[in-house]
Ligand binder design. Structure first.
Ligand SMILES: NC(=O)c1ccc[n+]([C@@H]2O[C@H](COP(=O)([O-])OP(=O)(O)OC[C@H]3O[C@@H](n4cnc5c(N)ncnc54)[C@H](O)[C@@H]3O)[C@@H](O)[C@H]2O)c1
Ligand SMILES: [Zn+2]
Length: 482
């Protein structure tokens, strides 16, 4: 494995993440500042600065970096200015993979204030502002900038999830870190493979993997066992064994089928998911569900099989069609209503917003890995939404149906005395802001949808289980006779 250099401003979590990743990959961890102190005979960094000056400190830092580059694969946390020097930067970029953590300034301020103990928040805030004004462009010039990492151990396979920009080009680095076998098949759809397949394949090839690519037809209509068969055949042609792996590069359709093909290949092969739609990033990529449709019903065949890595590269959202982006926003807004109302205030789609939305799903699925209790909250908007999809023969897209469905469910909450009268309008405003419809299509009423729900949903004593939005962050599981 290539050495991973974790970089970024003070307080960005380089040491915490570095230790965690080194533990997960079974490789040594090195904190470069600790190495400098050790080589200086125990002199602390402020002492080195005071007695020798900054130039001498940078020389010591450079020598320590040289030694780290010469050592075999490990995870190294760098000091916040270690790569300001061009020669040092070139050395690290040649000697390994630089990962420059991208943490919101508000989080940096809170962490630095906490580290300093008694230091007032205002001081920490000023310090961070000054540092980012001076070094922001430097940090931004690094191509790989994760804003979040989630480690999941509750599913069938331990997963690492990264969110941020530039991650597409790191697939090979992570595959090598997890010691995945030597061969891989990269699966994209007819839209995503031409856009991103080459970059993913190049990253894997650079890390020494033998790679083949496969483009499947785009669209839910081809989420069938025939398409899964074509993926299995590509595995066969590439000679994949149980220790090898598959990589999905695309939306939820590509991820669900590639994951299912991997789950069933030789009774279970590992896979990496690179979701490229917003919906796949915040929803389909987590929770371990994989599968395909039957002509009669969606998602009827499948398996729980978590990917070893999820790389949510937010730069890929730049090519996502606006209607698909809006559909992903529906699940993002849904996560906001369930557990993080602050998401609703974020403007536009940002890496932080993707990370916060994903954090809600990660929190719920790790609490409830096989879907018994709280995971049902994720059905918010979906009980009515699914009936809308059926009633309109799927001409209303899933995310649009979820938006309208959530508003209808907010109205139901009002009728049941569980929410304030002005609540449905607030729910509607949040979805409208994301460019989504909020009113029932012509000809549909709650009563006509209830008829579909009674047929479609499992009933318990004549009642249907709803996840009802009652207030921001307050979604309740309520059986209702509709
Ligand atoms: N596994 C789960 O837990 C889970 C959860 C929710 C949804 N799903 C499944 O996910 C599917 C929906 O996912 P989806 O909305 O991503 O659908 P999708 O995979 O069909 O992608 C939507 C469209 O966007 C295109 N696209 C994707 N990324 C792009 C990009 N970066 N640039 C340009 N075009 C891009 C695709 O080619 C496709 O045409 C459904 O089949 C659903 O059942 C699964
Ligand atoms: Zn959904």
């Amino acid at each position: 494995m290539q050495t991973l250099f974790l970089y970024g401003p003070p307080g960005s979590g380089k040491t915490t993440l570095g230790k965690l990743l080194a533990g997960r990959f079974g490789v040594p961890f090195e904190d470069l500042d600790d190495s400098i102190v050790k080589i200086a005979g125990g002199k602390s960094i402020p002492e080195i600065f005071a007695s020798e000056g900054e130039a001498a400190f940078r020389a010591r830092e450079r020598a320590a970096l040289e030694a780290a580059c010469a050592a075999p694969g490990r995870v190294v946390a760098l000091g916040g200015g270690a790569l300001l020097d061009q020669a040092c930067r070139a050395m690290a970029e040649r000697g390994g993979q630089v990962i420059c953590l991208d943490v919101p300034s508000g989080v940096l301020k809170a962490r630095i204030a906490a580290q300093a103990g008694t230091r007032p928040l205002a001081d920490a805030s000023e310090k961070v502002d000054r540092l980012l004004a001076a070094r922001g462009p430097h940090y931004d010039s690094f191509p790989v900038r994760p804003v979040a990492h989630f480690a999941i151990d509750s599913g069938d396979v331990p997963s690492d999830i990264f969110v941020g920009r530039g991650l597409l080009d790191t697939a090979g680095v992570w595959a090598a870190a997890r010691k995945l076998g030597g061969r891989a098949v990269v699966v994209g759809d007819s839209n995503t493979f031409p856009l991103y397949g080459d970059r993913v394949m190049a990253s894997l090839q650079k890390a020494g993997f033998a790679v083949r690519g496969l483009a499947i037809p785009a669209g839910e209509e081809t989420k069938t066992i025939d398409t899964v068969m074509s993926i299995w055949r590509a595995f066969l042609a590439a000679g994949l064994g149980r220790d090898d792996f598959a990589v999905a590069v695309g939306g939820g359709v590509t991820g669900d089928m590639t994951g299912f093909a991997a789950a069933t290949w030789m009774r279970g092969m590992r896979w990496i998911n690179i979701p490229t739609s917003l919906l796949a990033m915040v929803d389909a990529s987590t929770g371990g569900k994989t599968g395909c449709d039957l002509p009669e019903a969606k998602n009827m065949v499948g398996a729980f099989h978590s990917p070893t890595f999820v790389l949510a590269d937010t730069q890929t959202l730049g090519t996502l069609p606006p209607r698909e982006l809006a559909c992903g926003m529906a699940e993002t807004v849904k996560h906001g209503f369930i557990a993080d109302p602050g998401i609703l205030d974020e403007a536009g789609v940002s890496p932080i917003q993707v990370a916060r939305s994903l954090a809600v799903k990660v929190g719920i699925v790790t609490e409830d890995a096989k879907e018994n209790g709280v995971r049902a909250k994720l059905n918010l908007g979906h009980t009515v939404g699914h009936a809308i999809e059926i009633a309109t023969n799927f001409s209303v897209k899933h995310g649009e149906a979820v938006a309208i469905g959530t508003v209808e469910e907010a109205r139901l909450a009002v009728r049941l005395g569980l929410a304030a009268a002005d609540w449905p309008a607030k729910v509607a405003a949040a979805f409208a802001k994301a460019g989504l419809p909020t009113t029932l299509p012509d000809g549909l009423t709650f009563e006509s949808l209830a008829e579909i729900m009674r047929h479609d949903k499992k009933q318990h004593g004549g009642k249907i289980s709803f996840a009802l939005p009652c207030a921001p962050g307050d979604v309740r599981l309520v059986p209702v006779a509709v």
